[in-house]
Ligand binder design. Structure first.
Ligand SMILES: [Zn+2]
Length: 308
């Protein structure tokens, strides 16, 4: 913000960038002094009672799955300068999730949008006809969105520089986190998150409105390929089937190891110094419900539309 003001002032008042640059550096010094007081275990959770009784079942479901508590535990090793609250709440019909000023808000409407895509039928092994486990189709996208918002939170609280589109960076932060789970969970989480994005991958003739193309978020189709590419780049053996079955085109797959390496380097360089390694080593690598857990059926009366 300070830099922006100075660029405006440089035009109006002839101020040079050298001066604000110096004050910017001073500001950073102040912040790094403050960050010495940063501490781990600064994440809180709150499931706000829904405003609409239509979300009562969902309210119970997310608590039974301990979704916020598990995300809190994942983020606990990060040394933060202030507390971060993860909350679910009713948003008066808005299908959304966001981060603002130390609070991550996930709307019950967004969670319901995920729930409505969950396959209703599965084999005793827990796999639906289209190859996804219903429990993964539910929890994968939910962890993805909470960790996406956690990415925004870390960029803000830890003063992480952004050299591009912050929404894409938040997606990469989230995917990188999911990929640090044990192999089986990483596969299930990525599979679930990609399942939600798959609806954005249609025929080559699909129409995408100009408004959607101008949106700060990538399209669902792009986010589908981006998350698959990072997964394949992280472990081409574990995810080789997504190239073999054509989900990830070979042309994109060729450079995915580079894409993953860039994200890993950025994470380790920029976020790594803020991680309490002792605490992180105690994190359990398995945090998903058994694959054959069948999520409860979604009440049919709910009518949630996809987010923009
Ligand atoms: Zn975002």
């Amino acid at each position: 913000m300070l830099m922006k003001l100075c660029i405006a002032a440089a035009v109006a008042l002839g101020c040079t960038l050298a001066v604000p640059g110096a004050s910017f550096a001073q500001g950073d010094k102040d912040k790094s002094a403050a960050s010495t007081a940063a501490e781990p275990n600064r994440v809180d959770v709150e499931y706000a009672p829904p405003k609409s009784s239509a979300h009562d079942a969902l309210y119970r479901l997310v608590q039974e799955l301990n979704l916020l508590e598990k995300t809190r535990d994942l983020l606990a090793p990060l040394r933060l300068p202030r507390r971060l609250l993860l909350t679910t709440t009713g948003c008066d019909g808005e299908v959304n999730a966001w981060y603002d000023d130390g609070v991550i808000t996930v709307c019950y409407e967004y969670l319901d949008w995920v729930w409505q895509s969950v396959p209703q039928q599965a084999t005793p092994d827990g796999i639906a006809p289209d190859g996804i486990a219903p429990i993964d189709a539910l929890v994968g996208p939910i962890y993805q969105i909470i960790l996406h918002e956690a990415g925004h939170a870390m960029f803000d609280l830890l003063n992480i520089p952004i050299f591009g589109n912050e929404e894409n960076d938040a997606d990469q932060f989230s995917a990188f986190f999911l990929l640090q789970a044990g192999k089986e969970d990483a596969r299930r989480l990525i599979g679930g998150a990609a399942y939600q994005y798959r609806s954005g991958v249609q025929s080559a003739n699909q129409n995408i409105t100009t408004k959607r193309l101008a949106d700060v978020h990538a399209t669902m189709g792009q986010r589908f390929f981006n998350i698959l590419c990072l997964a394949y780049g992280a472990n081409d053996e574990l995810f080789k089937d997504i190239v073999a079955n054509g989900d990830l085109p070979k042309e994109r797959a060729e450079d995915c190891s580079d894409e993953y390496a860039h994200v890993a380097y950025a994470f380790n360089t920029l976020i790594g110094p803020h991680i309490d390694r002792e605490l992180a080593a105690k994190l359990h690598k398995s945090w998903l419900p058994p694959i054959n857990s069948q999520p409860p059926h979604r009440p049919a009366a709910l009518g949630t539309r996809a987010p923009n």
